[in-house]
Design a protein around this ligand. Structure first.
Ligand SMILES: Cc1cc2nc3c(=O)[nH]c(=O)nc-3n(C[C@H](O)[C@H](O)[C@H](O)COP(=O)(O)OP(=O)(O)OC[C@H]3O[C@@H](n4cnc5c(N)ncnc54)[C@H](O)[C@@H]3O)c2cc1C
Ligand SMILES: NC(=O)c1ccc[n+]([C@@H]2O[C@H](COP(=O)([O-])OP(=O)(O)OC[C@H]3O[C@@H](n4cnc5c(N)ncnc54)[C@H](OP(=O)(O)O)[C@@H]3O)[C@@H](O)[C@H]2O)c1
Length: 469
């Protein structure tokens, strides 16, 4: 029977329910040339990946992108299996048995390290962990750290660094109206952090943040933003970069405006420092981060013209009880799937997974999103990225060896046999309604469940209740 016909639809498994997984599902279900069914698996009960567990709680508008994903999920040819982990609950061998094509859309679940002494001390965390904690990611809700002193550092000047610095600097009144996790709201309410230092190893021309994100730091209710004019001075190579990049030029204008401001005496201060690198985190007697030694840098071009930060051997020490490194996310290896350790991605050519040893394609295996190209790009970047992979998948249909057991019921049977409780899209919608209803009572977009067992219990409870006519 022809693969992709009405009688024998192409059966696709997508691992990961973040933006890239949903854009791939949408691309497959919206085209009309082939008949396709999609089963999407996520290790979490809730879909949407970093839209739910990454995007900052005070940036609600962007989360409305989930409406597009919900339309995809409403297709009769789409099924969601939440709370199912690839690698433990279901394996590569299971999927090869029951699906013609597999798409990995697992994002980048870990983080990069600085590689400096003291990095593993208590209260030294990655932004990956801190973000997941304040967004109520079930695997990070019980993270162990405190906000019990006055100075924190954030290393890196990407948009994630802007998010975490802003969340530390926000007033409780500002946070209370968001969907920040309740445990984070309580901890931040008791926070004694008053000075937040954001440290950039290179200059203002090389900062990765975007214009709205840096501008927003100057509009906080509770925090003055502080920038040193001397750290905004440009070397000739940076002048050239600014002249060629309107985003960087606008960033510099905003930073210069910040540097010209007089602090207005708000209770917190957010300091942006340039051309400095942390070289060591120093502990107090209890083994908790107490200060950070930083070194001043200059910029030097390498052979390809990239401006590297080079230490000048001039040091200063900042007190700091919390160190958040925001120097990039990193993918982790999946069981029985090729992995590029250096890039933290699944090796691929335009989304077709390849065996790194032979350079040959692995038939029927594809990748999208951060797992494909690394941890960069906004939500929308994942759409063309996923559609590129989908286009190649459809081109490959004729050459695809069909799955030995394509019956859609077989995957339900496996999950049942392994006594795994998967969350369907209807079950997720029940949880969603409970969260939103609780939020309405408190004047918030939603109040998130922060543990898997709470979600399963709430679902059981809701399913026991009589359904209103
Ligand atoms: C802190 C932060 C804030 C951001 N804010 C914005 C913003 O405001 N605006 C914007 O446009 N972009 C923002 N981005 C970027 C945007 O979130 C990403 O471009 C996008 O989420 C990447 O999509 P993805 O599908 O590749 O990965 P993800 O969104 O990470 O989705 C991956 C999914 O795979 C699942 N998964 C992983 N491993 C397994 C496994 N073994 N088994 C089953 N499931 C698995 C995960 O649970 C997750 O649901 C932000 C990124 C971060 C890190
Ligand atoms: N509001 C939004 O739209 C939003 C919000 C959050 C995230 N995002 C997107 O998500 C993606 C990931 O963001 P991100 O902030 O994690 O990554 P990013 O934009 O790549 O920024 C990483 C930062 O870490 C610095 N860095 C890396 N290694 C370092 C080291 N060893 N020491 C000191 N600094 C180091 C980088 O500096 P160098 O330049 O010197 O390497 C850079 O400033 C981006 O595309 C971002 O735009 C978007």
């Amino acid at each position: 029977m022809l693969l992709g016909s009405e009688k024998r639809p192409l059966r696709v498994a997508i691992i990961g329910a973040g933006p890239s997984g949903f854009y791939a599902a949408g691309g497959l279900l919206q085209q009309s040339e082939y008949s396709v069914t999609v089963d999407m698996f996520d290790r979490l009960p809730a879909p949407y990946g970093l839209v739910r567990y990454g995007v900052a709680p005070d940036h609600q508008k962007i989360k409305s992108v989930t409406r597009i994903f919900d339309r995809t999920a409403s297709s009769p040819r789409f099924r969601f299996f939440g709370n199912i982990d690839f690698g433990t609950d279901i394996t590569h061998a299971d999927l090869k048995q029951h699906y013609d094509h597999i798409i990995y859309a697992v994002g980048a679940q870990s983080d990069r390290k600085l590689g400096i002494p003291g990095e593993d001390l208590r209260n030294s965390l990655s932004a990956t962990e801190f973000v997941a904690w304040y967004n109520g990611h079930p695997f990070f809700s019980d993270l162990d750290f405190d906000l019990d002193c006055e100075t924190a550092i954030v290393v890196g000047v990407g948009n994630v660094a802007m998010d975490v610095a802003r969340i530390l600097a926000r007033s409780i009144a500002e946070l209370k109206v968001t969907d920040i996790a309740d445990h984070a709201l309580e901890r931040l309410e008791r926070s004694r952090v008053r000075d937040i230092y954001v440290l950039s190893r290179r200059g203002p021309a090389q900062a990765k943040f975007t214009n709205p994100e840096i501008r927003e730091l100057g509009e906080l209710e509770d925090a003055d933003v502080i920038v040193r004019a001397d750290e905004l001075e440009l070397d000739p190579a940076s002048e050239k970069e600014i002249a060629e990049d309107p985003r960087a030029a606008r960033n510099l204008d905003i930073l210069r405006e910040f540097a010209a401001r007089q602090p207005s005496g708000k209770p917190k201060r957010l300091h942006l420092r340039f051309l400095v690198s942390p070289v060591e985190l120093i502990a107090d007697d209890d083994g908790i981060v107490a200060s950070v030694r930083i070194e001043r840098n200059k910029l030097e071009p390498n052979d390809s013209g990239y401006l590297n930060a080079i230490g000048l051997g001039e040091f200063e020490t900042l007190p700091s009880c919390l160190a958040l490194r925001s120097v990039g996310y990193k993918g982790i290896a999946l069981e029985d799937v090729p992995y590029d350790e250096r890039r933290g991605t699944i090796p691929n050519r335009e989304g077709r997974v390849i065996d790194p040893a032979s350079g040959k394609r692995l038939p029927g295996e594809y990748v999208v999103g951060w797992a494909k190209r690394g941890p960069s790009g906004v939500i929308g970047t994942n759409k063309p990225d996923a559609l590129e992979t989908v286009r190649l998948m459809l081109e490959d249909i004729a050459a695809t060896p069909p799955a030995p057991q394509p019956d859609p019921a077989s995957i339900d049977a496996i999950l049942e046999q392994r006594e795994l409780q998967s969350i369907s899209i209807d079950a997720w919608r029940i949880l969603d309604r409970i969260e939103v209803a609780e939020g309405e009572k408190q004047g918030r977009p939603r109040v998130k469940f922060t543990h898997v067992h709470e979600m399963l219990e709430a679902l059981e409870q809701a399913l026991k209740m009589p359904v209103a006519d």
